[in-house]
Each structure stands twice: as C-alpha cells, then as structure tokens.
Design a protein around this ligand. Structure first.
Ligand SMILES: [Zn+2]
Length: 341
C-alpha cells in the first residue's frame, strides 16, 4: 500500500512540480536572454548614433567649394563629381581599375582632410584646382578634349566607375581622416615626410618598398647642365657661395635618407638638402646621382615627386600583380582603416 502511495506521490511530483521548476528556470533563462537582447539593442543604438555622428562629420562635405586658380572663381560642386575631375587629372585613364579606385579613395580622403583642417587657406573655398597647391582637377570637357576621340567615352566611364564604386570611402587613422599624400613614382621606395618637409611626421606615412615601378616612364630621367648654369642657379639662391669646378670634390653627396634619396649634398662651402637641390636644378625627385663629364653636369634621377604616401605608378604596378584597391592603400599607408560614409 505504501508503495502505491509513494508511486502516486511521485506521479503528482512529476505532473505538477517538475513543470513549475522547469518553467521557472525557463523564465530565468528567458529573462537573461531578454536582458542580453536589451543590452545588444542599446549597444546597437549607440553604434548607430556614433555612425550617424561620424557620417554627419563627413556628409557636410558632400558639396565642396572649388577654387579655380585660373580666374579665381569659386564653384559649388558635388564631392563625387569633383573627384571625377581629380582622378582624371591625377592618374592616366589606362591605369588598372584597382589603381584608379585607390586614387579615388586617396583623393576623397585628401579632400576631406583639407576641408577639416585647412579651412581659411583659400578664404571661402575648400580646395583649389592646382596640383602644386592642393590637388589637380580638370573639367570633363577639357579632359575629354585631351583624349583621342575613340577613347573619350570609355575613359570617362572608367573614371566615373572608379569614383562611384568607392563612393564615400575614406582612409582613417585612429578614427580621423589621414593626410593622404601621393606622388607619381617612388623609384621603388617611398619617403618619410620628415625627410621632405621636416616636422615630426605621421605614423601612417612610413617608407615602404614597391616592386615594378621601374617599368614606367616616370622612373628614370636626366637633367644636364653646363658648369656655368650650375653656378648661376646656385648663386641665385646663395650669392655668397664659394664654389669652383677646378676642385675635383666640389660636389659631394654627404648623406642619404632611409628612403634612399639625397639627404645632404655640398657644393663648395654650401650644404643643400636633396629636396632643395631638386628645386634649384629642376629635378623630378631627390633620388639622384651627379656625374661630371667634361664641362657638363648630369643629374641622373630615379622616381618622380616627393615620394611620400601612395605612388601612383606603384599602385598600378600592384594592381597588375592582382592587388585590390584596399590592399594597395594598406600597402602605402601603415596601420590605417578604410571607412565609408
Ligand atoms: Zn590650394
């Protein structure tokens, strides 16, 4: 009889209490889940808010004011449309699509950086159309007129595609747009900005090596001057210079940068930086050697431009090796992120 009662009690327990225990523990689990869900929602909302704030930080530059240096006029222009004119002015249209896309991202970053940091440089304009000052820009009409007739449409479409497929993408470091320097040909090794402009440099602008740059016409050049022309050019800047070609050691390269460019070169009693020598003698880069043959001086130059940041021919070379625009950007700018707004 006791056994029957025990079985009966056991049955009651199974039927009534166990479900209660399970239901309660289920309730607990579900309330933990609910809490987790709420936390996730809060985090997501926070992230959305941050994203929105970040977007607002950049979307205010969706229209920029472009200064035309020829006539001083200022044009209000859509950012992406402006970039068609920059990419087509800065990079040959027959470069690889991934190189053109990298150029679009770099040019967009450069523009946003200028807009955020250089306000006031051009009074009411965000940026100007001069490559010597800001970055080059050309109108669609002028650009197309310089292309052969049969390439006008396809070249322009290629540029537009490079800009449109990277719409809103910029390069950041520590959450801020980088100072995205670029140049034509690094000669195989890019330069740290400290060796070009002094200052303390930028952590994302390190000297990096790129293969294949020697395949481009921008890689090698020469400037030949007579001895008189060399002295004349030096005296324009240094009237007191004591320098004579009678001295075998009148010209000496004293030091190189880590990027392989001339850091210091002496002409008689005057020491010049490689960058200064580049300007004085009109060389394509500060990576050069000096050869004296009879009464002529030849500067043999490697690379084109200041050498800082992305090399355009290097970008094309990497694209030919199968690299994407993101990989190209990470190659030339150390430790950066690509974000979209
Ligand atoms: Zn400018």
């Amino acid at each position: 009889m006791k056994k029957v009662i025990l079985i009966f009690m056991g049955f009651i327990f199974l039927c009534f209490f166990l479900p209660i225990v399970f239901t309660n523990s289920f309730k607990e689990v579900s309330s933990i889940n609910q809490n987790n869900q709420m936390e996730t929602n809060i985090i997501e909302k926070q992230q959305d808010k941050e994203m929105e704030e970040q977007n607002q930080k950049y979307t205010q530059y969706n229209t920029i004011s472009l200064l035309h240096t020829k006539d001083g006029s200022i044009e209000q222009i859509d950012l992406e449309e402006y970039l068609y004119g920059v990419v087509s002015a800065e990079m040959p249209a027959d470069f690889e699509m991934e190189a053109l896309k990298a150029q679009a991202i770099v040019a967009r970053t450069y523009t946003i950086y200028k807009a955020m940091t250089n306000q006031g440089k051009h009074n009411n304009a965000t940026i100007c159309d001069s490559s010597a000052c800001c970055q080059a820009w050309i109108s669609k009409e002028d650009r197309q007129n310089r292309w052969e007739n049969n390439l006008r449409q396809s070249n322009w479409e290629k540029i537009v595609e490079a800009v449109n497929t990277t719409k809103g993408e910029i390069i950041t470091y520590n959450g801020e747009p980088i100072n995205a320097f670029f140049h034509s040909n690094s000669g195989g090794t890019t330069e740290a900005p400290i060796n070009v402009w002094g200052g303390s440099g930028y952590p994302y602008l390190q000297s990096v090596q790129t293969s294949g740059e020697d395949a481009y016409s921008q890689y090698q050049s020469e400037v030949t001057l007579t001895q008189e022309e060399v002295i004349e050019k030096l005296k324009e800047k240094y009237p007191e210079i004591d320098f004579s070609f009678d001295d075998e050691n009148a010209i000496q390269i004293k030091e190189y940068t880590e990027g392989g460019r001339v850091k210091t070169i002496s002409f008689g009693n005057v020491n010049l930086s490689g960058v200064e020598a580049r300007t004085i003698f009109g060389l394509r880069s500060a990576n050069f050697t000096v050869n004296r043959i009879e009464d002529k001086i030849t500067f043999a130059v490697i690379g084109y431009g200041h050498g800082v940041g992305m090399s355009q021919t290097g970008a094309d070379s990497l694209a030919r090796q199968g690299k994407s625009c993101e990989e190209i950007i990470h190659h030339f700018y150390t430790g950066v992120e690509i974000v979209s707004f």
